[in-house]
Design a protein around this ligand. Sequence first.
Ligand code: VG1
Ligand code: CO
Length: 543
Amino acid sequence: MSITTVATTPIEGQKPGTSGLRKKTPVFMGPHYLENFVQSIFDGTGGAQGKVYVLGGDGRYFNDRAAQVILRMAAANGAARVIVGQGAILSTPAASNLIRKRGADGGIIMSASHNPGGPEEDFGVKFNAANGGPAPEGMTAKIFDATKALSEYHILEAQDVDLSVPGESRLGEMVVEVVDPVTDYAALMADIFDFDKIRTLFASGFRMRFDAMHAVTGPYAKAILEGTLGAPAGTVVNAVPSPDFGGGHPDPNPIWAKTLMDEMYGDSAPDFGAASDGDGDRNMIVGRHAYVTPSDSLAVLAANATLVPAYAKGLAGVARSMPTSKALDRVADALGIDCYETPTGWKYFGNLLDAGRATLCGEESAGTGSDHVREKDGLWAVLFWLNVLAERKMSVAEILADHWQKFGRNFYSRHDYEAVDSAAAEGLMQGLRDALATLPGTDAAGLTVETADEFTYNDPVDASLSTGQGIRIGLADGGRVVYRLSGTGTEGATLRVYLERVETDPARFDADPQDALAGIIAAADALADIKGRTGRSAPDVIT
Ligand code: VG1
Ligand code: CO
């Protein structure tokens, strides 16, 4: 086996976004594209010499072949050991756990998360640091710089490593350790939650449906829910990861998990429904005839955290991404704990979790997690709900209603405009930015603008600044609009408009969110001229 050094030139646009680098699969499969980015990860993080890495992915198309390339490159760059999930499979939270548990120097996760997979769909690579969390901004900036300075990469000439059975083998000087992807993660969950109580719940006839959406959580959910907790066989559906996720979007929201939603709103709905995304870090929670928005779910978990053994002593603090609804803030107020507001993307929670300032965090995009790993964790959120349901002996709908009675209801929705012309989207944001100073006091579709700014995050732990993190407009009557451009889309630009309003009158808690937010939606369009700028008369996806 010999190391080949391949001369290469920088490839345009290898800039990691909100969650690593995502591109169309053919782009990743193109000459030197994957290799350049992997070499840049090593170069941008001080080299691979002597290091230990974790490697795995969500099983999408090209996952298996990319894993072999990454292994050969790690070996050629002098890595000591790579711990790989069997079949090159690891969910994002399981990878985060392995990095921490094994004291690895970092991890490479192959996933484009909830984006569709397949030969013409999306692929992605993300790098996680030694704390198990997504590379922080300073690190991704160095990786990006490396992509621009690259002149060669190193790769071992060798046959594929057999990743189909656990055990150790060698690739050149490097040890390849294949591990069962589920075992360590399942043990961690058993440490956090009261598995006996959840087992009793299932034994009492409680029924749930977990839709793994043909993605990576299938094997995890089957082993834990059906295997350990005694949920009836068939509780987990679409449980075998497939390279194209059964042709769908592995995105756990009412649109892409429509089959589950239909079942949960049908006559013979089970007690509880849940779904997770491509790489297993997102979750959707739905009770019988009761969809729980991610922002509400985060607030409910925070309010009920002490029912879970791992959080029985209370929460040190909580954190949410800026566009996430302020339902969490109301719970934090009541508990007398800090609530941090961070930019979109899990990497910004890392410092707060490492410093012990926050125990629980979440995002409106169906991500919830805690200090047990440094990623959001889909199945963890589902087990958290099960633990709460087992303790409170109420339905999901009753828990939600009770929560709103105590804290009020934050009506919330996100409107996405996808594949918008990039220049038009940038123009819309710039237009808002230019108007920020003059907006307060003006009228937007009948609502007065009270505040307007662009979010800059000042990290309370390391004092780093992150600018340009979304434009926020505060409206009269406690309404809020946030505009930002996605960092994970792979086609043109995706404009996200986040809409929120607090309702404290119980008589109005049952309204449809789109109706409750109609005034805010009109104001959002008037302020940014969405129709005029993008030519779109309605969003592509409403969640
Ligand atoms: C989206 C979500 C963000 C999430 C990110 C990665 O980013 O809005 O909340 O952290 O995806 O999630 P953006 O930049 O497209 O809005 V995942 O499950 O794709 O790792
Ligand atoms: Co994901």
